[in-house]
Design a protein. Structure first.
Length: 698
């Protein structure tokens, strides 16, 4: 008698705010997943998936999936490996780590991980315990969002993010996607915006590039890269000038409104802001009026969906700090779903201490900023040289800035590199030992979200293929080989899921038993959640810090202001004479950072690396649409195909990443040109802060 197919609920683990609910159909006889679809019963994601995750099973069952431990037998980067047993792999790694520690000390070991999985168990539990117990250098995981996190904290209170309940945004009537390609990077929230528009909302996108979101919006404001804080202050100038501010909200719940008004009025006139941003005075005036008066003009409050693009400049932290002041000036924080929305991640009170055990960290352990991996691998940072590198949940040879120097650092003869992976990525090809890791359908995990308010467990739906193991099990094996205390690593993955949940805040009353079958559970927050409707900011006074006295005490400017990008024509004319074009590098819609590049038909959809140029910039360089071109600066160069059109303004070029080197014309991608310079706050990456030149390729 044929057994019925099983239906297992799961959750997407990838670095996306939506954290979609999945339903996996499993053949119990073959123990194989035969179908994957969106969970129609998930209250937020409601059954549809992005075009990438629709093809997730193609990753799981890809013919190039890593199934066994590998040892390098050719030169680094050659991709030549031989299969070895797990015992040999673990013994080799433990032996080399002990050797490095004995000669150079434990801080010569550097872990390197990020958001290849957003799961709390496979992403940040026993791995952290292992390196903390080892005494390895600490990794400051800053590459994506820390500039905005710190920027939010300066205005809203330390550790606080601009957050709303996204479903409530359907009641907003003026929605601003500020540096957010929401259609591609947050599609379920775009569905909510689309429904709001049916009810009368106007959708505006502020972006240097006419992204798919800008294309589908009612109005696109093509701002010059990295000038977002100046625009926000220009909008405040007009609001205060016209008396459109919510004075009652400012008086009751904010600190420093008069000082902010004075700065905006004296320093950020529409004419000044127009010169900085490249927007016309008329555009700035119209946007300020529509935004501040949305309730009168459109019948409801305003919401700013700000995202990570405006953070990836030298002044990215200040840009976010400034933009999240706007809802305080207009009083839009009063309304559910309105105000500003960056991330809901801080609403999940996971027990990080229990999972990661930071108490095991030795005193005076150095911290390495992950943005500066090139410097770390070349011995240019304080502390001992990096002699052993353990990489998991990321692909730094592809995604890190200053790519050429990162790769040359990987190829040092005296560097021992271990990579936990699903495929032979650019980074795995540089490894000495490669360990096969499980995918999301093959292990336990527990997931929050940074785009909604549901927590969900992920039970394994199928057994791991070949000899693949979960990250947790790999670090248990390594801990045993290093002779670490068994009790630190003996908890099962289900036990770790239980440890992750606290009975407090948004998790109050939520237990693992409720979650273990994979059903999403809403956080314990009010139905019409509006966190700052009556102040209650995370500052000592509970007020929104338009003027931050802590910044003043630290000798920094306590008021919002515009900080130019590190590399930009107005403030760097000598550099701009050589490299006159501002390059931004949003991700390709067919990939998620460097994930899914291995899926053949998604890579075919992406076609090839391209660069968008304005016709004026193309004409003076004798470049025509479809030409092969070289994009370059002092850090490096890469080849791409020119796409000439009006999707960018003159002086701006856009290239979509992040391609693996083996699939590019010259073995390079856009990160050959990006800098390891960091943001003003949070030490974040400045991927959208590069001046370049473009020429026709020979």
């Amino acid at each position: 008698m044929q057994q019925e197919l099983l239906q297992v609920r799961a959750v997407c683990p990838l670095d996306c705010p939506d954290a979609c609910g999945l339903v996996v159909t499993v053949d119990p006889v073959q123990q194989k997943a035969v179908k994957l679809r969106g969970d129609a019963d998930h209250p937020f994601t409601q059954g549809f998936l992005c075009r990438k995750v629709n093809h997730y099973l193609e990753r799981v069952y890809h013919p190039e999936r890593l199934l066994h431990p590998l040892k390098r037998v050719g030169p680094k980067g050659s991709g030549r490996f031989e299969r070895i047993a797990w015992d040999e792999a673990i013994d080799t790694i433990a032996g080399r780590l002990k050797q490095v520690i004995g000669e150079f000390g434990p801080q010569a070991v550097l872990p390197y991980s990020y958001a290849g999985t957003m799961g709390k168990i496979q992403g940040s539990s026993l791995d952290r315990r292992f390196f903390h117990r080892l005494g390895a250098s600490l990794l400051d995981r800053t590459i994506c969002s820390t500039a905005g996190s710190v920027g939010c904290g300066i205005t809203l209170g330390v550790g606080i993010r601009a957050a709303v309940e996204p479903e409530q945004a359907v009641n907003c009537r003026y929605i601003v996607n500020w540096a957010s390609n929401t259609v591609a990077t947050n599609p379920h929230f775009w569905a909510i915006q689309h429904e709001a528009r049916k009810r009368g909302a106007k959708i505006v996108t502020i972006d240097p590039y006419r992204s798919p979101t800008a294309e589908k919006s009612d109005w696109w404001l093509p701002i010059r890269p990295g000038t977002d804080a100046a625009l926000a202050l220009g909008v405040m100038h007009i609001i205060f000038r016209e008396g459109w501010q919510d004075q009652d909200y400012l008086d009751q719940y904010c600190l420093g409104a008069d000082a902010l008004r004075q700065r905006a009025q004296n320093e950020y006139t529409p004419e000044t802001v127009s010169r900085i941003t490249g927007l016309s005075v008329a555009e700035i005036e119209q946007f300020a009026k529509e935004y501040a008066c949305s309730r009168q003009l459109f019948g409801g409050p305003a919401l700013i969906r700000l995202n990570y693009g405006l953070q990836r400049h030298g002044g990215g932290g200040m840009a976010v700090r400034t933009v999240v002041c706007l809802p305080a000036v207009t009083g839009d924080w009063r309304y559910p779903g309105a105000g500003a929305f960056l991330s809901t991640s801080r609403q999940y009170p996971f027990d990080v201490f229990a999972l990661e055990r930071p108490d095991l960290i030795p005193a005076k352990t150095r911290v390495v900023n992950m943005v500066q991996l090139a410097e770390a691998l070349h011995g240019e940072l304080p502390g001992p040289p990096v002699k052993a590198l353990v990489v998991y949940n990321t692909n730094p040879a592809t995604v890190c800035p200053d790519q050429s120097r990162v790769v040359s650092g990987f190829r040092r003869d005296d560097l021992f590199t271990v990579v936990l992976e699903h495929f032979l990525t650019d980074t795995a090809r540089e490894a000495d030992i490669v360990l096969p890791a499980t995918c999301q359908l093959e292990h336990w995990d527990i997931m929050g979200s940074y785009g909604h308010l549901y927590v969900q467990a992920n039970p394994p739906a199928i057994p791991p293929p070949g000899e693949a193991k979960p990250n947790t099990e790999i670090f248990r094996l390594l801990a045993a080989a290093m002779g670490f205390e068994r009790e630190l690593f003996e908890a099962s993955d289900e036990d770790l899921c239980r440890q992750a949940l606290t009975d407090s805040g948004g998790f109050a009353g939520i237990t693992f038993d409720q979650l273990r079958e994979g059903q999403p559970v809403r956080l314990n927050l009010p139905t019409d959640w509006a966190p700052f409707a009556q102040g209650n900011f995370g500052t000592p006074s509970g007020k929104c810090y338009l003027f931050n006295p802590n910044e003043e005490a630290a000798g920094r400017d306590p008021l919002p202001h515009y900080i130019p990008p590190h590399e930009e024509p107005q403030t760097q004319p000598q550099l701009a004479a050589k490299y006159p074009l501002q390059m931004i590098t949003p991700r390709n819609a067919a990939f998620l950072n460097s994930t899914f590049v291995e899926v053949d038909h998604l890579r075919r959809q992406a076609a090839e690396p391209t660069v968008n140029l304005h016709p004026d910039d193309a004409a003076v360089r004798l470049i025509e649409n479809g030409d092969a071109v070289t994009i370059f600066n002092d850090r490096g160069r890469f080849r791409a195909r020119a796409s000439v059109g009006d999707s960018v303004k003159p002086g701006v070029v856009v290239t979509h990443g992040v391609w693996w080197s083996r699939y590019t014309p010259d073995g390079q991608n856009s990160n050959a040109l990006t800098s390891t310079a960091v943001t003003d706050f949070g030490g974040g990456g400045t991927f959208f802060d590069s001046l370049v030149e473009v020429t026709r390729a020979n």
